[in-house]
Design a protein. Structure first.
Length: 325
């Protein structure tokens, strides 16, 4: 197991200096200078999130880098006094529109044998008026996240250019070993990795070529640090139409074969089912029923994984599984 913590300062400095690019080539090259034994490749980007920014005047001049700190200092938690003082100032808040870029470096033959690098990309833009519709906030949190904020957003004029921000580097095989020895950990993602290794997918492709892990560290009720992990497909796969759930036999076999071909790896339909339920469980049951009736189109090892899932189903995310057996 390799400890990458000592390299964190260098990775933070690289992210500070390198300008974001379309394919992140410069970033990967720079990371390679401090981690030459790891051959990182860009895999995917998750976007659509933002963070609270600062405060500017109507001309775009910076008033504060942090809205929270400014409001705490200026108001002493008295929102009416803050409104009395700045209600007519036409101040605008800013936000940081964010993206998370994922990079992977294989370090062995197993599904969990890779190092994952997560780097954020942040762009500060003007968001909305400090006081929406001239309403006095109830408290500090209402000021920071007011009702109607989304509707009050203005055209997101860029305040600062995009910049990288180092987030984390994780040896996934080491994380798995730690989680296996930790009581109360959510081990679904470990089962996911193990099932990849037990299917024909592992004989054709590397797990980290097709999935990354969205990691969420948290403290459990005993104050122990844990990590929740959710597989995220590198390539967004289309969802099957409802009529697929009624297919059986040859038509279903052809559909799954074509689906896997488009995805680029065997058993793509099965692994996509685990992260995006929709009607997949019904399809899985139809596949199982076909094989019970001796119409067989899955490899034996793939069928074993499916049969185990039928007996002990699991998925990621919300939503109840149908009764399978």
């Amino acid at each position: 197991m390799t400890d990458y913590e000592p390299r964190t300062a260098q990775l933070k400095e690289i992210c500070r200096k390198v300008k974001p690019g379309v394919h992140h080539v410069s970033l990967v090259e720079a990371v390679g200078t401090v981690l030459p034994d790891l051959k990182f490749r860009y895999r995917t980007t998750l976007s659509g999130w933002y963070r609270l920014g600062g405060l500017v005047d109507s001309d775009g001049n910076r008033i504060a880098a942090s809205l929270r700190e400014w409001a705490e200092e200026e108001s002493d938690h008295d929102m009416f006094a803050l409104y009395e003082k700045y209600g007519a100032a036409d101040y605008m808040t800013t936000r940081f529109d964010g993206k998370c870029h994922y990079f992977v470096a294989p370090i062995g033959p197993n599904a969990a044998d890779f190092v994952q690098l997560k780097v954020e990309e942040l762009t500060e833009v003007i968001d909305h008026p400090l006081f929406i519709n001239d309403q006095v906030p109830d408290d500090l949190e209402d000021l920071l996240d007011p009702h109607g904020a989304f509707a009050a957003r203005v055209e997101p004029a860029e305040m600062t250019p995009p910049r990288y921000l180092f987030h984390s580097i994780t040896d996934i095989s080491a994380l798995v070993g730690k989680q296996l020895s930790s009581e109360g950990s959510d081990l679904r993602y470990i089962r996911f990795l193990e099932e990849w290794g037990n299917t024909t997918a592992s004989s054709k492709e590397r797990f980290s070529d097709h999935f990354v892990l969205k990691l969420l560290p948290f403290l459990d009720r005993f104050g122990e640090r844990k990590t929740e992990a959710t597989p995220v497909p590198v390539k967004k796969l289309p969802l099957p139409s409802d009529n697929v759930a009624t297919m059986t036999g040859t038509s279903l076999s052809h559909f799954l074969k074509e689906y896997d071909k488009n995805a680029g790896f065997p058993m793509a339909w099965y692994f996509n089912m685990l992260v995006e339920q929709k009607i997949w469980p019904q399809i899985a049951m139809a596949v199982y029923t076909d094989h019970q009736r001796n119409y067989r189109y899955l490899a034996e090892k793939d069928l074993e994984v499916l049969e185990n899932w039928i007996r002990f189903p699991y998925v990621f995310g919300a939503g109840a599984l149908p009764t399978l057996l």
